[in-house]
Design a protein around this ligand. Structure first.
Ligand code: ADE
Ligand code: ZN
Length: 319
């Protein structure tokens, strides 16, 4: 089995239907109507209804322990698929709405990471993310909290949500603060919108990685620029196909991105929503083992983990 590393997976997006049922039962909550289809999987139709379904799944979370159990459960499952390192996108907005203190939420996540590490040896880290459609003020407030209450497992800042709302430049103050304080930076772009959204992101924000970025393939000058800068794309083919960005794997630009010299990684995004897993992404990539191993090295090199851990992880995946 190829050792794997994942840079792009959303905490709440990793909740399987089974775990959602378990958490709802534990918290005495009714599952939202229409959340599951007849086959037991999550129901949604397009990008915005996916974001709405995602929000409704978040509704099963109530206590700090719930968040810790979600990350633990994902990491243990990822380790069984060969993952040695996972960076998880974690949004403080949900715990805040539940009245959970930032430090309590982080302590629970760290406990989940430590439990998974003790049991499986996997290394987990946290990327604190803002939600784009909630706006730049919320994003800045969130980074201010992140820098005021540092935690050794919080290594970076990112942004997901509705790409059509606001511009990357609107979030420059939040990103600037995170970057100045030494945090890694990544942003979703070029998923729903075209190459101009990636141009906007790399021009306005201090990012070394782009979440998705696959629509860059439509602009040769952008591909050249990404390759020149060494910007790493967090590519999630199964997610793109499920969301209808591309009709199938044959139409997906993964191979073209690699051929253009752009650094890419493979990721699962919100695996149960998109009927995928990290291992499935590696299997379905249509790439030889040498290329997959290069993708793992790229992921570890582009990760935001401390230098000593990065070196150890890189040594571990050399074959
Ligand atoms: N939040 C969770 N998954 C996302 C995605 N694929 N794009 C943007 N925001 C998200
Ligand atoms: Zn994502």
């Amino acid at each position: 089995m190829i050792p794997k590393a994942e840079l792009h997976c959303h905490l709440e997006g990793s909740i399987t239907p089974a775990l959602a049922r378990e958490l709802a039962a534990r918290n005495g909550l009714a599952l939202p109507d229409g959340l599951f289809g007849p086959d037991g999987s999550y129901v949604w139709r397009d990008f915005l209804s996916f974001l709405a379904a995602y929000d409704r799944v978040c509704g099963v979370l109530k206590t700090p322990r719930d968040f810790g159990d979600v990350i633990y459960s994902y990491l243990v499952g990822a380790a069984a698929q060969g993952a040695v390192y996972v960076e998880m996108f974690c949004s403080p907005e949900r715990p805040k709405a539940l009245g959970i203190a930032y430090a309590d939420w982080l302590a629970a996540l760290a406990d989940g990471i430590d439990r998974a590490s003790r049991e499986c040896g996997i290394v987990g880290r946290i990327i604190v993310v803002c939600i784009r459609h909630l706006g730049p003020e919320r994003a800045l407030a969130l980074v201010e909290r992140m820098v005021a209450e540092p935690h050794p497992y919080v290594v970076a800042f990112g942004m997901g949500g509705d790409e059509a709302k606001y511009t990357p430049a609107d979030f420059a103050p939040a990103y600037r603060l995170a970057h100045e304080k030494g945090y890694g930076c990544t942003v979703h772009a070029g998923e729903v919108l075209g190459p101009e959204s990636v141009w906007g992101a790399i021009r306005a924000l201090p990012v070394s990685r782009i979440g998705h970025g696959v629509r860059s393939a439509e602009d040769p000058a952008l591909l050249e620029e990404l390759a020149r800068r060494g910007t790493v794309l967090e590519v999630c083919p199964g997610s793109n196909i499920a969301l209808g960005v591309y009709p199938d794997r044959a139409a997906h630009p993964l191979h073209r991105l690699i051929a253009s010299g752009v650094r890419v990684t493979l990721n699962s995004d919100d695996p149960p929503f998109f009927h995928t897993t990290l291992a499935a992404e590696y299997e379905a990539a249509g790439l030889p083992d040498t290329a997959l191993r290069q993708i793992v090295r790229t992921a570890i090199e582009a990760s935001f983990v401390d230098a000593a851990t990065k070196r150890r992880l890189l040594e571990g995946v050399q074959s």
